[in-house]
Design a protein around this ligand. Sequence first.
Ligand code: PMP
Length: 357
Amino acid sequence: MRLVNFCAGPCTLPLPVLKEAQAEFVDYHGEGMSLFEMSHRGPVYREVHDRALTLVKQVFGTPDGWEALFVQGGATLQFALVPLNLLGRGASAGYLESGVWGKKALADASHHGDVYAAWEGAAFDFRRMPAPDEIRVRPGTRYLHVTSNETIGGIRLVQFPDLGVPLVADMSSDFLSRAIPWDLFDLVYGGVQKNLAPAGMAVVFVRRSVLEDTNRDLASYLRYDVHAAADSLANTPPVFSIYMMGKVLTWMLDQGGLAAVEKLAEEKAALLYQAIDHSDGFYLSPVDPASRSLMNVVFRLADEEREQAFLSAAEQAGLVNLKGHRSVGGIRASMYNAMPRSGVEALVEFMSDFRRG
Ligand code: PMP
């Protein structure tokens, strides 16, 4: 039996994708070996690689003039690579401290450039994102870094701020679940292990014109321009993640592409928030309604002592990984693209039964 897996990442993958990969795992398309035993320079892998590169731009709707890069080291390495590549001498960058991940991005960037907090969510207990006019951008700012969705706090930036400064976004936890207003951005990155593929890399979208002016005085793997020039084959790539991502992207196209995926994400989140809001105070959402995440729904029981019983009973019912992040406690249901509506319906029904005792 497959459980309904609400893990924050890695997380559930589409079942048809898992089955397809299983069927061709040992002998890939009659080649007499698996794809993962072949040279990454050979034609069989190259086709998989190129298809994934094309599909990721197609499904994301990336405009001409942008590159997609596959880079190992997760989103965390991007916390360093963004300032290393983009911050030349004398330039600075602003960061939204919107939660755990925005803070980590700023802390890591501070080792590599002149960076500052352009807004601090601590004053609001990280329960909401800023309105554009609350963000303080200093003169000489090269980019403003935003975290589009704070995975632990369960808040999302609904409107990307247009402040005349290019945005750089960490979209790890709502990657490919919403349309991106590309004009506002110079760079968008995210780890793949929530919405796109098994763990193993980040996808980095970067404007080609930005690459003309990046820092060249870096070890080669750290340079965006090197990855772009080599079609993300500068060294041995994370073959399994790329292969699986190609399959997930094809599956997404079959579902109707980004627009359909975004609509489903809105519907799933609405179902769950309604269950919380209409529970006569039994369940509580600690998040400002205007900043509610569609991907990570965080909630509490009014009687916090019963949360453990809730989690145990949910697990018995096959609804797993609902425990909130260890730093904040409570309940968190992560509902990425591969979570079917039926999974959320099962959770909502369970919540209603639990409340009635
Ligand atoms: N940013 C966000 C918003 C995340 O949710 C995570 C992982 N949960 C990270 C960055 C770190 O990603 P990785 O583990 O791929 O380095």
